[in-house]
Design a protein around this ligand. Structure first.
Ligand SMILES: [Zn+2]
Length: 257
């Protein structure tokens, strides 16, 4: 698979270029019009669901992520499983993160609706996922925003499990992220593993061993034990954290539960 790579275009060259992008250069926004990622699940790009531009250029980090962190949005467990609802959710989250939190864009990298629609969150997350080399700096988990891919799952999973279709979409998305970045399926965690939060809810959190197993079945890897408990003193990046706690519900989408 490397026969088409030009000899001078080494990994180091690519990483150096990526680093330069991360120092303030304006980036093209998303994969215009692209709805289906290569060799992965269908992911609606920001332009597809009608995102606003970020308030400043998103930062692309030169290194790939080390893990995946699963969240729930803590919003109502709606029974509207339509694409329109999913796109409305994505816009509402972006508005909430930008207008209420003052963040530059949506906090998380990807969102999975209760109707199993998968959407790009922060701009450029989809392009960088396809690169398999870099990640966008995000705002979904304090201390992990430069180290992990954040996935928000629409709903509140403290006492109920996600709909089967939503869970299946999460499995497909995680498998794709693992393949693209070379991550072992053991490196899938819940937000509460890193921050003082109930996220992603007791029921979804209890499903994480199954999620790791199901992702490993998709990627064909042998499931190993998670590594996080051996990491010790995690690097803190000081960035914003909980993207998914909506105590009053997302404006326009109804109150929590
Ligand atoms: Zn969370």
């Amino acid at each position: 698979m490397t026969s088409r790579v030009q000899p001078h275009l080494t990994r180091r060259t690519l990483l150096t270029g990526a680093l330069a992008l991360g120092t303030g250069a304006a980036l093209p926004l998303g994969a215009a019009g692209r709805a289906r990622a290569a060799h992965g699940p269908e992911i609606a790009a920001c332009v597809t669901w009608g995102a606003r531009p970020p308030s400043e250029s998103v930062v692309v980090l030169a290194q790939p992520p080390q893990r995946i962190i699963v969240h729930h949005t803590a919003t109502a467990n709606v029974t509207d499983y339509s694409k329109e609802r999913a796109y409305t959710l994505a816009r509402a989250i972006q508005n909430y993160h930008m207008d209420t939190h003052g963040w530059i864009d949506t906090g998380q990298h990807f969102t999975v609706s209760r109707g199993a629609f998968v959407m790009e969150g922060r701009h450029n997350s989809l392009d960088e996922l396809q690169s398999g080399l870099r990640q966008v700096r995000a705002a979904h988990c304090v201390g992990q925003n430069t180290l992990s891919i954040g996935i928000e799952n629409e709903g509140t999973y403290t006492t109920v499990e996600p709909p089967a279709a939503q869970y299946a979409a999460l499995v497909e998305l995680c498998a794709h992220v693992c393949r693209q970045y070379g991550l072992p399926p053991s490196e899938i965690y819940g937000h509460r593993d890193f921050n003082d939060t109930g996220c992603p809810g007791d029921r979804l959190y209890a499903m994480l061993p199954k999620l790791r197993h199901d992702v490993a079945a998709k990627t064909g890897e042998t499931l190993t034990d998670p590594l996080w408990q051996f990491i010790g003193n995690l690097e803190r990046d000081g960035g914003p954290g909980q993207s998914d706690y909506f105590p009053g519900g997302i404006p326009g989408l109804g109150a929590l539960r």
